[in-house]
Design a protein around this ligand. Structure first.
Ligand SMILES: *Cc1c(COP(=O)(O)O)cnc(C)c1O
Length: 372
């Protein structure tokens, strides 16, 4: 699905030097690279505060802790997402309120959010799934009208530009109260291990997030609240500084691959290619297709595997059907679209190193199966 080796080879001299520098400095934790990366990312995202942490799941957990959410508070979330989004809600004993998504963009539906609000609702967690922004203008309007926090799960969409209601542009992750991202190796901005970050324009919240991520510490050895230990290490920060400079180019490469796929499948009536919404660009973390009901999706995926094409199903089981939530109090609203999508979607290889030859082989193989 990704080709991290080939991507590394393009930037090898810089990366090797940066890693070696950290090793020679021996400042593995909180070294100068971490602060520099934080500033680079603040500039790139045009946001006041970036707080690096250990991974994207921690970023979500720390954000919810720093916002002071309490057990029993209701948090509205899509069910159609990677499990981390909803898992942390359960971990903190908040109450996940699952709502359906839009069949075209795959993102949480603002109309369904509105229907799910109760006096106990405290927050909404929009997930910019597969690399395209949620309908943030509608979501922010609902949040303001109902006094709710917005925690953006931006793990799949770093670098995505969104057009705000006033016509100006903002990066996803900087629109809500707080944005969370992941630098897992296969993410659009991936490091060489685990990593994550939280961003916010709110000074007070940023200070609280820093404390929560650092044992609730206000000054050294003084711990004002129960927090956790979640850090980005210096080697990962050094790698990320270099890869951040490539991010816009990476996004361009992903869009070129998506364009190729779109064109190749334009005349295949059984396939619906991803939509690009007018409000944001698409950064194509995944290239995810929908199949009509007459195509045997699982057989197609197997057929592709037999031709050494790694197609994947994101996600075969939506959160509201996961066993982990059977033990917790949740609310599940209507899930017609989510339940349907999980049987009909599949994702093709999407990364920065796809060649025309590979793209041709992949698209021809898909067509071969469908025409059989
Ligand atoms: C990857 C991902 C996460 C979690 O990130 P980790 O760094 O793996 O903890 C959270 N949400 C979404 C939507 C993701 O894709």
């Amino acid at each position: 699905m990704v080709d991290l080796k080939k991507q590394y080879e393009q930037i090898k001299p810089e990366i090797d030097k940066a890693i070696l520098n950290v090793v020679e400095s021996s400042q593995f934790i909180n070294g100068p690279e971490v602060r520099s990366f934080q500033q680079d990312l603040e500039n790139y995202l045009d946001v006041k505060h970036v707080i690096p942490c250990a991974n994207g799941t921690d970023a979500l957990q720390i954000s919810m802790m720093a916002l002071g959410l309490q057990p029993g508070d209701e948090v509205i979330t899509p069910s159609y997402t990677y499990i981390a989004t909803t898992e942390v809600i359960g971990l903190l004993r908040l109450k996940p309120v699952f709502v359906d998504c839009d069949p075209d963009t795959f993102n949480i539906s603002p109309k369904e959010i509105e229907k799910a609000i109760t006096p106990k609702t405290k927050a909404i967690v929009p997930v910019h799934l597969y690399g395209q922004a949620c309908d943030m203008n509608a979501i922010m309007e609902i949040a303001e009208a109902n006094n709710l926090f917005v925690i953006e799960d931006n793990a799949q969409a770093i670098g995505c530009d969104y057009k705000l209601a006033d016509g100006s542009m903002a990066k996803t992750g900087t629109i809500g109260d707080v944005g969370c991202t992941s630098f897992f190796p296969s993410k659009n901005l991936g490091c060489y291990g685990d990593g994550g970050a939280i961003c916010t324009n709110n000074d007070e919240l940023a200070a609280k997030i820093r404390m929560v991520a650092n044992h609730g510490q206000s000054k050294r050895y003084y711990h004002d609240l129960v927090g956790c230990n979640s850090r980005l290490d210096s080697i990962q920060a050094a790698v990320l500084r270099i890869k951040l400079r490539e991010l816009d180019n990476y996004i361009k490469r992903r869009n070129e691959a998506a364009d190729y796929y779109n064109e190749a499948f334009a005349d295949v009536s059984q396939i619906t290619t991803p939509v690009r919404s007018g409000q944001s660009n698409h950064v194509f973390h995944q290239y995810t297709l929908k199949l009509t009901d007459d195509v045997d999706r699982d057989a197609l995926v197997q057929f592709l595997a037999s031709k050494e094409i790694p197609a994947m199903i994101y996600y075969p089981v939506p959160a509201h059907r996961q066993k982990m939530f059977a033990q917790l109090e949740t609310t599940c609203h209507e899930m017609t679209t989510t339940d349907w999508l999980t049987t009909r979607v599949f994702s093709l290889p999407m990364h920065t190193e796809l060649t025309t030859e590979q793209l041709n082989y992949i698209t021809e193989s898909v067509k071969e199966f469908i025409r059989k």
